[in-house]
Design a protein around this ligand. Structure first.
Ligand code: ZN
Length: 974
């Protein structure tokens, strides 16, 4: 495309155009003269196109207004007058990404799709939503998405309900989220970053309809907008549409949305806060000590990238000096670093978890001393090289998993654009890396430490202490407040509130009219590819070992995955398999101490990691295969180094350094403590399946059972350490056995020979052991547990195995997942129940679950699951709606994959013996699903729910109130 600078195209003046080699794109900055909208375009050949519109939305308080507006504009607009156009889009578009996000100072609406027509539809619905939402006309939107008083009967208790209200209660059920919030509050007392843009549940009920509507009116104008277009698309056509359909209807205005700078502190500050723990939890070793710094400004791209590297160097890698000196001093169980780049004044933090308040002085002293020592003695150059190298590898690889690349660039460009700088400065990294590489011969990083950490008064020591009964206290306060509110109401007003509650529920249950639904543009089934993609896989044998070769373009990177079967490990040693996966690569080997090893990995490779995965063979959940995965990636020319490191880790790891082992065990335990609530859904889901499914029982060894195992190991380390070493050694010997091995290699065809050469040198380090597989006794019992935590909301799960009930797997079950998630459970569990979400999952092996996410309810949600069959029996939609559900399902099936993901998926299918015919069959069944097929599934769901396998993970009091539902109630945290 040939565009000229300063010329006007469809109302947009081209202000800047340049080539960005680092991301292989042409970048263009446009300005819409009439409306004042800004537009940034990245042109390249990526067919996963991205569009987004972002508004600068700094909040003034913690009522969560920015977040609630973000949810609400997607609840109906001028052209799309239905309850939730957003949901209609997820149900029925081929999007590869569809979301909306509230940041501390901006709100972003991104969409992505590989289909051109679909991309245009998504863009149109989003633009109509942000500029013409129906939020002013119906107060029910704020009630439903934000908060409202709920009163079902005159005699009942008033409660607060609302999607964002409960979402944020869920967020603040994790202590590190509370720490983050308190840290920002302390560092930025006078700027937007000091308040909670997502909303603090204590403050959300202060948001009024007027302020809510006003916020939208003030900020959602083109003059305050930042539009992003990315990928292989026709820019002139797209800007023509933007101009004609939306932007030229607006006149430029002055929007006051600049982010105010927090002035630097004259003196360091110190604050102490409390967080809730469950009554059964131990208070000791549960305090967070953190030291936090406000750095320069986000528009300094060199500072941002160098601090990202410095944070990793000081606190993340196993060789990190600041982390190690803190652990050595016996301060806490784990040390983590933070670096927040996506705000005007980025921050850096050192956090010790699992500590005690009395250790405060020592903490300050150790941090200060070590920083000074690093400046005076200099940082190890090898460590610097390792850290710069791993960042460079990651940037060049540009592998962002399931997130579209364009979205990642979009988020990055906002880090300068929104602060009135060019959007390209964070995308051009080679020139910055060149400057940072001077650190290999100068005191570059040492100067950064001196300037931003040692001689910087804009810092805060924030301590977060555990406190028993805090959740209960708060609940009681809210209950009293609501009771006195009720007491202040007249009888007429109470009747009105009951009526309002009923009216909201009626509205939520009302189905959109077919005319309204028809406004959402829809693709046809003909737009969907009929043929399932066949992933490249060639079976080979090298030195007696099976190798799967996946020939794909990987830009000269080789991805090597080694799958070792663990079936020789005796049942009682299985927890050590999971432990081994956590510690390999982090302990010393014959040739390197653990810090050197980490440097070697970072210098020569793109990372080495381990994992344990249990697969079912085809459709049988009784037949499972457990694999210990060692995976690594490197440039092809570095394959000899990668294999040398594989050998060190696999054959020469030393487990007998008691001090190091104790550090790692503490780190793992502390990590579990911190993330336990966040993993609630996964934990409850597997738990319920483990009541009847052998594969889930095996998985359970790596889940809550593993947490108990590691907690016990940590508590009794002194007496258990010897058995620990010998178990790890034995388990490693049984696993790293040539006879158990399958390798998967993803790389360009012509690079295979280099792999082959390295592998033949490597394979001799493996044992060869042909003993028989162990027999496991994984007995199942219907435990129906209530798993109690100090969390404020629940994960409510029911499960069953439909094969055991005589049903078989069918593609229509995938369509059912979409229908339940975005229609039935969406309405009943999210919209009416106030949970963040609900889902259903049906697997090929017959295992199925229904689950809710951040749910304020418990028994009510179980009733919703039980009533699913009634919904399905009455399920009657027209052909258009059915098509929509099928397309939405296909967008899940056809998620774009990176080359390494393709290699892994092909290997999974190989291990599970799922043939291409089966995959094609599932696709055909999805595409052919009819309304009657869905209704027919009512019996399956009905019988499954009648099995009554259930598990709830969540709030202690709520679980106790419903004790009769469970066979067992257990306190989870140790
Ligand atoms: Zn949200």
């Amino acid at each position: 495309m040939n565009l000229k600078k300063d010329k006007i195209y469809n109302g947009f003046r081209l202000e800047d155009e340049r080539q960005i080699e680092d991301i292989n794109s042409i970048a263009r900055v446009f300005y819409h003269e009439k409306s004042g909208a800004r537009l940034f375009h990245l042109e390249n050949d990526d067919d996963n196109k991205v569009f987004s519109i972002t508004f600068r939305t700094p909040p003034e308080d913690s009522t969560g207004v920015a977040h609630i507006v973000e949810h609400s504009v997607l609840c109906g607009s001028r052209q799309f007058p239905m309850k939730e156009p957003f949901v209609e889009l997820v149900k029925g578009s081929l999007n590869t990404y569809l979301n909306a996000m509230t940041f501390p100072d901006k709100t972003m609406y991104p969409v992505a799709s590989r289909n051109e027509k679909d991309f245009h539809n998504l863009m149109n619905v989003y633009l109509d939503a942000v500029f013409y939402p129906n939020i002013g006309a119906c107060p029910e939107t704020l009630m439903q998405e934000g908060w409202h008083y709920e009163l079902e009967s005159k005699e009942g208790e008033i409660t607060y309900k609302g999607v964002v209200y409960n979402e944020m209660k869920g967020v603040f059920s994790s202590p590190d989220a509370i720490l983050d919030q308190k840290t920002f509050e302390t560092l930025f007392p006078e700027s937007a970053y000091g308040v909670e843009s997502g909303g603090d549940p204590d403050d959300i009920p202060q948001l009024t309809q007027e302020k809510f509507v006003q916020f939208h009116k003030q900020y959602y104008h083109p003059s305050n907008s930042y539009i992003f277009l990315y990928g292989d698309l026709d820019i002139e056509e797209n800007i023509k549409f933007l101009d004609e359909a939306y932007l030229n209807k607006f006149e430029k205005i002055q929007v006051t949305s600049q982010i105010a700078l927090q002035p630097a502190f004259a003196q360091k500050v110190e604050k102490i806060f409390d967080y809730p723990i469950a009554p059964a939890e131990n208070k000791e070793d549960k305090t967070f000590l953190s030291m936090n710094f406000v750095l320069g400004q986000a528009t300094d791209s060199e500072m941002c990238l160098s601090f990202q590297i410095l944070e990793y160097l000081l606190l993340e890698t196993p060789a990190a000096p600041l982390k190690n000196v803190l652990l050595e001093a016996g301060l806490g169980k784990d040390v983590v670093g933070t670096f927040v780049p996506s705000i005007l004044q980025p921050t850096f933090g050192v956090v010790v978890t699992g500590a005690n308040e009395e250790q405060k002085q020592q903490f300050i002293q150790v941090v200060e001393q070590e920083l000074k020592r690093l400046v005076s003695e200099g940082i190890d150059k090898k460590l610097i090289e390792a850290c710069i190298n791993i960042f460079e590898f990651t940037l060049r690889e540009g592998n962002y998993g399931n997130r579209p690349k364009g979205l990642v660039y979009n988020i990055k460009c906002m880090d300068s654009w929104i602060y009135d700088e060019s959007p390209v400065i964070h995308l051009e990294y080679t020139s910055i890396l060149k400057k940072i590489k001077s650190a290999l011969t100068t005191n570059y990083f040492e100067q950064l430490i001196e300037k931003y950490l040692i001689n910087n008064n804009h810092q805060a020591l924030v301590i977060l202490r555990p406190k028993h009964g805090l959740t209960e206290e708060k609940d009681e306060m809210v209950r009293e407040k609501l009771a006195s509110y009720k007491a202040s109401l007249s009888s007429v007003e109470i009747d009105k509130l009951v009526e309002q509650t009923m009216e909201l529920k009626r509205r939520q249950e009302t189905i959109d009219s077919p005319e309204a639904l028809a406004t959402i543009p829809l693709l046809a089934l003909a737009d969907i590819e009929k043929q399932a993609e066949e992933l490249p896989l060639v079976e080979k044998e090298e030195k007696g070992v099976s190798v799967l070769q996946h020939s794909l373009y990987t830009n000269d990177i080789a991805y090597v995955n080694m799958y070792f079967d663990t079936h020789l490990v005796p049942q009682k040693q299985l927890p050590y398999v999971y432990l081994l996966a956590e510690i390999l690569g982090k302990v010393a080997t014959q040739e390197y101490d653990y810090a050197e090893l980490s440097n070697e990995i970072n210098i020569h490779t793109g990372g080495i990691g381990c994992d344990v995965t249990v697969y079912t063979e085809n459709e049988n959940d009784e037949k499972y295969l457990s694999k210990f995965l060692v995976k690594g990636k490197s440039l092809v020319e570095k394959l000899p180094n990668l294999f040398k490191l594989f050998e060190q880790i696999i054959a020469h790891s030393c487990f007998d350094n008691s001090k190091r082992m104790q550090e790692l065990v503490q780190e793992i335990k502390s990590n579990w403590d911190m993330n336990l609530f966040r993993r609630g859904q996964q934990l409850a889901t597997n738990r319920v399946l483990s009541y009847f499914s052998p594969i889930a029982q095996y998985n359970e060894v790596g889940m809550l059972q593993f947490y108990n195992f590691i907690a016990d190991l940590e508590a009794n380390f002194a007496t258990r350490s010897t058995e620990l070493y010998s178990n790890l050694e034995q388990v490693a010997k049984l696993i790293f056995n040539k006879e158990n091995l399958l390798i998967s290699v993803t790389a360009e065809e012509e690079n295979y020979s280099k792999f082959k050469k390295c592998f033949s040198d490597f394979h001799a380090c493996l044992t060869s052991n042909k003993v028989l597989a162990e027999q496991y006794n994984l007995a199942a019992t219907q435990r129906n547990e209530g798993l109690m935590t100090a969390g404020k909301v629940q994960y409510v799960v029911k499960g069953a195995n439909f094969r055991k009930l005589g049903y078989s797997y069918h593609g229509s079950l995938k369509v059912l997942e979409t229908i339940l998630r975005y229609d039935y459970l969406w309405t009943r569990v999210r919209v009416q129940g106030g949970a963040y979400g609900g889902f259903a999952k049906f697997e090929r092996n017959g295992n199925m679950v229904f689950g809710s996410y951040r749910d304020p309810n418990l028994k009510e949600t179980l009733v919703v699951y039980d009533e699913t069959s009634a919904y399905l029996r009455k399920f009657a939609v027209d052909q258009r709606e059915m098509t929509k559900y099928i397309i939405g399902t296909m967008s899940q099936v056809d998620t774009p994959l990176t080359p390494s993901q393709k290699g892994e998926r092909a290997t999974n299918q190989y291990i599970r013996k799922i043939s291409q015919t089966k995959i094609q069959q599932e696709r055909n069944e999805i595409l052919a699903t009819k309304q009657a097929d869905i209704s027919k599934l009512a019996n399956l769901v009905d019988e499954a729910m009648q099995q009554n396998y259930l598990c709830v993970f969540g709030n202690e009091q709520k679980i106790k109130e419903n004790q009769n539902l469970f066979n067992q109630v257990i306190s989870v945290l140790k």
